[in-house]
Design a protein around this ligand. Structure first.
Ligand code: ATP
Ligand code: MG
Length: 623
């Protein structure tokens, strides 16, 4: 491998051996460009025998002639070292991408030879060009989509929009990216849009908002959605779409406008009918058949009135026009009055009242009465074979908690989380019992407006208990916090400890939870998990008191991926005894993105045994 003329360059045999067998390619050329030395790695890299390589001009092996000038001709000083990219031609005709590190040796100002170290970067180059190709493909795909597609930096400023956006806005990319997009949002929707975007940026929660965008000089309704890409526990990018929902939105508005007008028009004649029925009742004997018929007619008119006012409320809510009048009132009095109001027409059931909420509450009296009436009318309607409904009110942890219990048909578990949706009715009841499926939807809207929440315990055949909670003072930051920011954190609703012996986080949730407490607690867990580099969590919900947490989607799609990035592998979850809370826990695992292994338990001991013995078997993905 060594040219006889230049054998004296390598004095010591051991050095020559070292260079010959080095894993990096080494070759040397003389002042004229003739190759005078190449080691084994160099020959192997290009696939030549020594006889095919040595003695030839280096130019023959360079696919890009410009790089030769950089590597060999621009050397000036004696010990100058440079690294240049080059493409070398292999024996089989393929090209190797290399970096050549060259140094020139001069005698009396004349270049005697150049030594080169050849580093193969073909794979890296392939990766880079594959990345470039996939970027080009992604952009092409995004440009062919009928929706507006965009990406944003973690601070919320847009850094990419697809072709559809520039076409719709008739503007350049530069005018839209950064903060420019907001000028294309209808002025009435801008505040809500910015507020929601900021709140998503802060919480990492998927962003979803409806707004009007100026498309070719016309404002059209769009549904904007975005989800964050989380790497190493931090958001690195947001991916979003805006979908045109204008036609659908306009037809919904038309439908609501129709319902609203129709209900209004129906109200007046109905009030007249009711007045005449009552007048008629006064003119006849209460013991006769006619009186009985008129009483029945009266009840049906009342049902119709309630139905119409529900429809009207829903159309008002959809149009954002459901109004509230807040005032102070005694809560226990309101509950008693609501019950008294329905008692006269009640022949089938007795209502037992355990009223312990003798406090002043600030809220909309009429609307809260509507909630109680809805829960009560359901309890009575869906327990035709029972004779009792129990209403309990209490003050717990600064909240009013109301329970309405019946001993009726009950609700199968799979329907529990859905019955608060608009027009949702459990199939087997819809034929037997009258209703539109609006009462619980309207109640949930009213409760939420008072920053409250609701949950249900139910057993088919045994009955249901509906609960709702109203905070006496509106949410305040939790002030009673104890923490060292490293190994423990304790507040009114969560207790987190890093267990150094078992290398796990021990987490206990207590009391009523809502979306805010779940998110706040979740983020502290993330911080402590990261700090202590642990992979296991024992999450105990035994002392959670009811509630359906709307944070289930956030937990599954945002929080679990962040926890996984931070090192979480196993999550043992001890159920809350409250069905609704357990449903929320299951939902977050069902929508979970990622590979965290999670399992549910009813006992802390069993959960601990599983967690301690867990070594990671692939069949055990989700609980
Ligand atoms: P309306 O609009 O007149 O209230 P509705 O009673 O059907 O009609 P919701 O009050 O919203 O509507 O209740 C939704 C569904 O939930 C009901 O159709 C019923 O299937 C179920 N449901 C509600 N309360 C109970 C209950 N106490 N027991 C059993 N099922 C119930
Ligand atoms: Mg109802």
């Amino acid at each position: 491998m060594i040219n006889n003329d230049t054998a004296d360059i390598f004095k010591a045999e051991s050095i020559q051996d070292f260079i010959d067998n080095a894993t990096i390619g080494i070759h040397s050329v003389d002042g004229t460009g003739k190759i005078i030395y190449a080691n084994k790695a160099e020959l192997k890299l290009l696939g030549y025998d020594a006889s095919e390589y040595l003695g030839r001009n280096i130019q023959d092996f360079h696919a890009d002639k410009d790089s030769i000038e950089n590597i060999f001709l621009k050397l000036t000083g004696v010990s100058e070292v440079k690294e240049h990219p080059a493409k070398l031609i292999c024996k089989d005709g393929s090209i190797k991408h290399v970096l050549i590190n060259s140094s020139g040796y001069y005698q009396n100002g004349t270049l005697i030879h150049t030594r080169c170290f050849t580093r193969d970067i073909t794979e890296h180059f392939k990766d880079k060009s594959a990345l470039k190709e996939s970027k080009v493909n992604m952009r092409f795909m995004a440009d062919t989509m009928p929706q507006q597609v965009w990406t944003a930096r973690p601070d919320g400023s847009l850094d990419y929009v697809n072709k559809r956006v520039t076409e719709n806005f008739e503007s350049s990319v530069e005018e839209i990216i950064g903060e420019g997009w907001i000028h294309f949002v209808h002025s009435q929707d801008q505040d809500n849009c910015i507020e929601r975007w900021k709140s998503s940026l802060q919480s990492g929660e998927p962003y979803q908002v409806e707004f009007r965008l100026k498309v070719n000089e016309e404002y059209r309704w769009h549904l904007g959605r975005a989800i964050p890409l989380v790497i190493d526990g931090s958001i690195v990018k947001w991916f979003g779409t805006n979908t045109d929902i204008h036609e659908h939105k306009v037809s919904e508005e038309k439908k609501d406008a129709f319902i609203s007008i129709a209900s209004h028009e129906l109200k007046t004649p109905l009030t007249n009918i009711k007045s005449f029925v009552q007048l008629a009742k006064r003119t006849i004997e209460p013991s006769g058949k006619a009186f009985e018929f008129l009483t029945k007619a009266d009840n049906h008119v009342l049902n119709l009135q309630n139905l119409i006012s529900d429809l009207l409320d829903v159309s008002k809510f959809n149009a954002g026009m459901l109004t509230y009048n807040f005032s102070d009132f005694n809560f226990a009095d309101l509950v008693s009055e609501s019950i008294e109001a329905i008692k006269p027409g009640l022949t089938t059931h007795k209502i037992i009242l355990e009223n312990h909420a003798d406090v002043i509450f600030n809220g909309d009296r009429f609307r809260i009465e509507q909630v109680i009436a809805n829960f009560l009318s359901n309890a009575l309607k869906y327990s035709p074979d029972a004779d009792t409904v129990i209403v309990r009110t209490a003050i717990e942890e600064g909240n009013i908690v109301v329970e309405i219990q019946d001993f009726g048909i009950g609700i199968p578990e799979e329907h529990l989380s859905k019955i608060f949706e608009r027009f949702y009715r459990v199939d087997n009841t819809s034929m037997k019992f009258q209703g539109l499926g609006l009462g619980l939807f309207i109640s949930s809207v009213i409760i939420k407006r008072h920053q409250g929440s609701f949950w249900i315990e139910s057993k088919p055949g045994a009955g249901s208990t509906f609960h709702f909670l109203l905070p006496l003072t509106l949410s305040q930051p939790d002030l009673d916090i104890e923490t060292d920011n490293e190994t423990f954190y304790k507040s009114d609703f969560i207790d987190i400890k890093y267990n150094n012996e078992l290398k796990q986080l021990d987490v206990n949730w207590t009391g009523f939870q809502n979306i805010d407490t779940v998110k706040a607690g979740g983020m502290v867990m993330l911080q402590l998990l990261k700090f202590n580099g642990c992979a296991k969590v024992l999450n105990d919900n035994t002392f959670v008191k009811g509630n359906w947490s709307e944070a289930a989607d956030w937990a599954g799609q945002v929080w679990f991926p962040m926890m996984e990035e931070a090192g979480l592998e196993v999550f043992a979850w001890i159920y809350s005894p409250i069905t609704f809370s357990a449903l929320a826990a299951r939902k977050s695992v069902n929508v979970m993105v990622g590979n965290v292994v999670s399992r549910f338990f009813t006992s802390t001991q069993e959960a601990q045994i599983w967690l301690s013995s867990y070594t990671g078997s692939p069949g055990q993905k989700k609980g």
